[in-house]
Design a protein around this ligand. Structure first.
Ligand code: SF4
Length: 422
């Protein structure tokens, strides 16, 4: 039996009080025993104590002793200074720009965000401009990023900041969390990066790093406690970004590059955790759309205002492969018209018509094989003929924009010239 006295020594370093009053003991098999449990005031309090205790034990058992954590922080920050990606939002200390980037980055790849970030800030360079914008304009600038509720909440929060806070952003986690669409992670990210508040962040990348680093199956609050334990209090913004960068570029989901990892010396697993859950397999689905153009206009349908996804956004009429009786999605009225047009075209070609072109599109866990049918005419029963010149200002779904680009109806760049309308 070994007594772990070190755990008491490093508790004060992280600003935590000891969750238990007695010494902890480690058995040779790795089990832990405490000799006295203080009274627990509530279930939440008990869970908090347990999580903190578990986390600190993990740190003591598997890696850094208290004095080594300072070295670990130093190494990680030094690595970040040299290896961090030159991302546009990292060049700004403006809380508005950081806020926009953090909202865009939620569940969205960095490459996709970069493509939209500049254009969004060009259109809405400050919170006042965003607050004054029409929702359609905000959605149009967001088009292609998906999860449009984020854009709506961003817009609503901008109005709150302007109307109720005189355009000044709250500087603390508590204040930021009062704004619509800002949750625990986003508040901590903005507060630490823009205002230097000493608070840790936890996102998917951080969770993966902490899990592997500690060698423990952490859950829920334990992640936050572990992140708080490691946080460099002098440079919280840089440190948070360093951990996220490590997860995004080195400690990646499928193949962690441990040989180049700055914290490998202290890592409990040095690779994927044994028995880690496999990445969910993508589902595959085929989906059909009709593309009708005439006199410089393209036929689009608007999704229902109360649709669960992408409410109020514009897309091509879905035809569900021309299968009679197939269920419509949110743009059902346009689907019916397009379906008739598609049937007409198929009939004329002896039902040997093939899709004009195909493309791939992925949304969360589904990979779509998208087949697009050029049709000569579409009855206007719910859709609208929209002038091509207006398309850059229309709130298109990401897939609609992709199809129109592939058809060369809108240019690859949002501000380029329009051409090739058939
Ligand atoms: S050593 Fe490997 S598993 Fe551990 S944190 Fe670094 S990259 Fe991740």
């Amino acid at each position: 039996m070994v007594t772990c006295s070190g755990i008491k020594e490093f508790l004060p370093l992280f600003g935590h009080k000891a969750p238990f009053q007695e010494t902890f003991h480690f058995g040779t098999g790795g089990c832990v025993r405490r000799t006295k449990v203080p009274a627990v005031e509530s279930r939440d309090d008990g869970m908090k104590r347990w999580g903190r205790w578990l986390n600190l034990v993990t740190m003591a058992k598997h890696g850094p002793e208290a004095e080594k954590i300072a070295t670990l922080r130093h190494e990680l920050l030094a690595w970040y200074a040299v290896n961090r990606r030159d991302l546009p939002w990292r060049r700004s200390a403006d809380p508005y720009a950081i806020w926009v980037s953090e909202i865009m980055l939620q569940q969205t790849r960095v490459a996709a965000v970069i493509a939209h970030y500049h254009e969004f800030l060009r259109r809405f360079p400050n919170v006042e401009k965003l607050a004054r914008a029409r929702e359609d304009s905000v959605l149009a600038a967001w088009s292609g990023l998906g999860y449009y509720r984020r854009a709506r909440m961003l817009h609503t929060a901008a109005k709150v900041v302007v109307r109720e806070l005189s355009g000044k952003f709250p500087e603390t986690v508590e204040g930021l969390r009062e704004l619509p669409g800002i949750g625990r992670y986003t508040a901590a990210a903005i507060a630490s990066i823009a205002f230097g508040e000493s608070v840790a962040v936890v996102d998917g990348n951080v969770e993966r790093v902490l899990q592997r680093f500690s060698g423990q199956r952490l859950a829920g609050e334990e992640f936050w406690l572990a992140a708080e334990t490691l946080l460099d209090r002098a440079r919280p913004g840089d440190f948070n970004q360093a951990v996220m960068e490590l997860g995004a570029t080195v400690c990646t989901p499928r193949a962690p590059a441990c040989l180049t990892c700055p914290v490998v010396e202290w890592c409990a697993t040095r690779g994927e955790m044994a028995g880690a859950a496999k990445v969910a397999r993508q589902k595959k689905r085929e989906i059909h759309y009709a593309l009708a153009c005439r006199e410089g206009k393209v036929f689009l349908v608007q999704r229902a205002r109360d649709a669960r996804l992408m409410a109020g956004m514009w897309e091509l009429p879905e035809v569900n492969g021309g299968a009679p009786g197939a269920k419509a999605r949110s743009n059902g009225a346009g689907r019916i018209a397009a379906l008739k047009a598609l049937r007409h075209q198929k009939a004329r070609s002896g039902d040997r018509a093939d899709a004009s072109f195909t493309l791939k599109h992925s949304i969360t866990v589904t990979d779509y094989n998208v087949r697009v049918w050029r049709v000569g005419a579409v009855e206007q029963d719910g859709g609208e003929w929209i002038a091509v010149e207006r398309l850059p200002r229309v709130a298109l779904t990401g897939l609609a924009r992709k199809i129109l680009r592939k058809a060369e109806i809108i240019p690859p760049h949002p501000n380029g010239l329009l051409h090739h309308l058939t």
